[in-house]
Ligand binder design. Structure first.
Ligand SMILES: [Zn+2]
Length: 85
């Protein structure tokens, strides 16, 4: 199994989709054991998933404001890059 296959299958698993249609669970565990990059990736993916779950919680106004702030910051970063380029 290559990293891309592993990550596709694991993100499907995090989303609650059936992983047996993407890859077998034993293959996933085996890849995780021998690939440090994917272990790091999995840690980040789980954290993002937890954050996303929180943003979909009881306050849509809050998450909408967060998205606006993040997009505004992205735009500002791009502006900085444009000036220094
Ligand atoms: Zn990997």
């Amino acid at each position: 199994m290559i990293c891309a296959e592993y990550r596709t299958a694991v993100s499907a698993r995090l989303d609650g989709e059936r992983t047996d249609v993407v890859a077998d669970g034993a293959g996933l565990d085996e890849h995780e054991e021998r690939c440090a990059d994917c272990r790091d990736w999995l840690a980040v993916a789980r954290r993002l998933r937890a954050l996303t779950a929180g943003a979909q919680g009881p306050s849509p106004e809050w998450s909408a404001g967060l998205v606006d702030r993040l997009l505004g910051r992205l735009a500002a970063d791009e502006g900085d890059q444009a000036r220094t380029a």
